[in-house]
Design a protein around this ligand. Sequence first.
Ligand code: ADP
Ligand code: MG
Length: 354
Amino acid sequence: MKIGIIGGGQLGMMMAEAAHKNNHYVVGLDPHSDCPLRHVADEMICASYDDKTAFDELVNKVDVMTYEFENVDIDLVEEYAFMFPQKAQALTVSKHRFTEKEFAQSLNIPTPQFHMLTDIKSIVPPVILKTTTGGYDGKGQYIVQTHDDLNQTSIDISQEIIVEEYIDFDYEISCIVTRDLSGECAFQPLPRNTHKEGILWLSDVTEPLPITVVKQAKSYTKSLVDTLDYVGTLAVEFFVKDNMVIFNEFAPRPHNSGHFSIEGTTVSQFDNHILAMTGEKVKMPTQTSPTLMLNILGEDLDYLKYIKDIPFGHIHMYHKTDARPKRKMGHVTFVHNNSHKLITEITTLIEAMS
Ligand code: ADP
Ligand code: MG
């Protein structure tokens, strides 16, 4: 089949790699001529995401369309809804942090308490303030632990802001699922995620999570994708506190915390996404070995020489030339049949990088 991908980042690139394994043809759309997807796609259209002519051109070239990020023009996705198995609703809901949390609450999924900011004086710390739209990788967020923080913060209150209860979580996880046209759901093993300044840094799938945590996360995620009648891969981020799972946000696409599945399971989040997009049944992933995924950010490139020496590391670089700090340049997945050995052998590296 011919698959159109909107967005030429690393997620689009890895979708295209999965598509090629099944001999599909990929056409990408991205405004940057040197984007990661360009290195893998069969064809690229270089235009902005809301360029109607380019969008029409792409739709006419392919059998099915997918998006790899949330900044897609929703009006265009709605106009061509029949081309997008993922549909527009998941995008509309997840694009706005208030709508997103309200949606979770409507499904009885626990969330931090939240409200829209109307008066800065009414804030009771500890809270976290977030711009309602456009934020990612911790951007547009302000942690307010005390009233002093509030005086010092550079928050721009001309923007729409959501005030969230600050959760002193024990750890964070994500639940990555792929739902096919028949409604069958294939879950990846659940990673435990560590963030560095709001950006995902590590996804650890070396030890299984408590069964009760996994059950809650899967059941909340299933009710979310079923209600949205979503088709494709989707990830939900959760906080875990005292073995209770609390919803943070979801992304209607493959997710950075699911990259471990390329080497760590029998069917990756990208493989299943492509199966779902092309009308095939999803396959149930099983974990092959304990696995740990580490993001390589712009400031981490000097460590690559050490990473390359670790024999059980699988390096994926995204062909990005401009190595800005905090920019995701690649990732490495460590896969080892002995989780203790895996952890001990990479501890020095992780400590040096943290
Ligand atoms: P982004 O869209 O940037 O990923 P998130 O809402 O996921 O935004 O926030 C990024 C990170 O900030 C989270 O993974 C978590 O570590 C921290 N964080 C976000 N919201 C809260 C909260 N309510 N309480 C505590 N930590 C939070
Ligand atoms: Mg997040």
